[in-house]
Design a protein around this ligand. Sequence first.
Ligand code: HEM
Ligand code: MYR
Length: 416
Amino acid sequence: MENQMPKDEGIDHSIALLKEGYHFILNRSEKLSSNVFETRLLGRKAICMIGEEAAQIFYDPQKFQRKDAAPNRVVQTLFGKNAVQTLDDEEHQNRKKMLMSVMTEEHLNHLLELTEMQWEQSIVKWSKMKSIVFYEEVKELLCNVAFKWIGYPIHENDVKKMTKELASMFETAAAIGPNHWAGRTYRNQAEKMIQQLIQDTRDGKIKFPQNTVLHQFAFYKDTKGNLLDIETVAVEVINMLRPIVAISIYINFSLLALHEFPEEKEKLQSFNDYSKLFVQEVRRFYPFFPFVVAKVKSDFVWNSYEFKKGTLTLLDLYGTNHDPVKWEDPHKFNPERFAHWPGSPFGFIPQGGGDYYLGHRCAGEQITLDVMKVSLDYLVNRMEFTLPEQDLSFEIDDIPSIPKSKIILEHIVRSR
Ligand code: HEM
Ligand code: MYR
């Protein structure tokens, strides 16, 4: 027996989704007392889901596909055309293999060395300044790291421009109006620049060492043994660069957490391994990637509800990480909850769920954790600073959400 899925009444809720941000699905799920409900988005019927059990279904490749699922505005800014995020089955697995091939210990160690070097240089620069806007500075710091990591020695003069282009891809995916359109232009510019790099690599005009991301991607072959087209390689190189810059959001929230919960600093200084718990809690507690989207691949029934082929479906990442059934006191910042956490591929999903190789789980989750940990060590143990009076509040309806002042720091000095 099939039941009628609980329904969020109304003609269309696309604008409400952009306006309510991280609470859109959570609010309605609570109102309708259901972890799955029907709504209307982009002029058509859509399903929203929340929680560990829903995530498990969402990541079943027999039930959901990514092809034609993401709204064009997201493809034109955040993902790029023909990106891994939009592929399914064998094509997805082959592309994902390319991306995961640079997530080795050697590549990760290199990235961490670059991150430390960049923090050292930045602190020297910051200590000569009266004040800094932390969010803007950390984006540039990470842009430097990202380019050096893929093997391209970015010139100092290009850092601001490239930071703007890469950051706008995640800052404008959910923006409305001119900001969003500027994001599209910035993506086009960045793609052109990277396409030229790949072309020059293939033509032998630039010789990147074989173990660099740029070399590996430029010469990677698809399932039929052909090189990928230049446009696609550029999109995937950007899929490495952009999200490294995006870690700035989590580093900002780490600093905010240290400020809002001062007892955490002492714990970080006193207990080994506490930073592991802290970065997990930052990723759980604060909002970043709101939800992921897919389309029903073929008709199926789940929990007595009918899922019809082609229906757009959203899985709430933020809401799943705040599900009161799985997380005690979900709106309390409490890193210790992770001390005895058994782990779950579907219950804690700030960067998606399931399997890295077979599914769409974030290829850069380990990078994110490592970069956050090194950066936290700088914030807690290797530098001192003060926060002047400012507005540190952030809105749960902004996607992404950034503290209003973007965090102003003063009196920065290198300690120890
Ligand atoms: C996918 C979040 C950092 C590369 C994803 C997904 C999420 C996510 C939610 C989609 C999962 C899905 O579709 O089911 C984040 C957040 C980050 C971050 C919040 C923090 C800044 C990174 C980093 C990299 C990266 C540092 C690489 C250097 C990717 C790629 C995909 C992806 C390539 C597509 C995977 C696929 O479709 O198979 N990320 N990510 N991300 N992420 Fe991340
Ligand atoms: C990345 O750059 O891939 C990592 C972080 C991106 C966060 C993006 C936040 C905006 C998402 C808009 C809606 C996405 C719907 C699929």
